[in-house]
Design a protein. Structure first.
Length: 103
């Protein structure tokens, strides 16, 4: 009986924590596509690289940290490169790095 009360108490506590509402300030915001900086977006079987207003170099790493490909894109150009399904880390010329999902 004591175990049952203990488990019930834990479940009620966890349920109460999950029910806390989150304001919109904590939700990720959509990035404006009119930005002038370089971007990398995952798509169906590929990653789309956009250089922005200056030349950009993108390093694509597997989720295990191995360098998979280096992509260079000229200013104001867009390049599409095919990749197998999975998660990749894209690093752009020491400016930023982010996770990209290829479906």
């Amino acid at each position: 009986m004591r175990r049952l009360l203990y488990i019930l108490t834990i479940l009620l506590t966890v349920g109460a924590v999950q029910a806390i509402p989150v304001s919109d300030n904590f939700l990720p915001q959509r990035v404006d596509t009119a930005q002038t900086g370089p971007t990398a977006q995952g798509a169906e079987g590929r990653i789309v690289f956009t250089a922005g207003s200056s030349d950009a170099t993108f390093n694509v790493y597997s989720i295990t940290g191995q360098l998979v490909k280096v992509v260079r894109v000229s200013a104001d150009q867009r390049t599409t490169v095919d990749f197998p399904k999975g998660f990749y880390i894209v690093k752009c010329s020491n400016q930023w790095s982010r996770k990209v999902v290829v479906r």
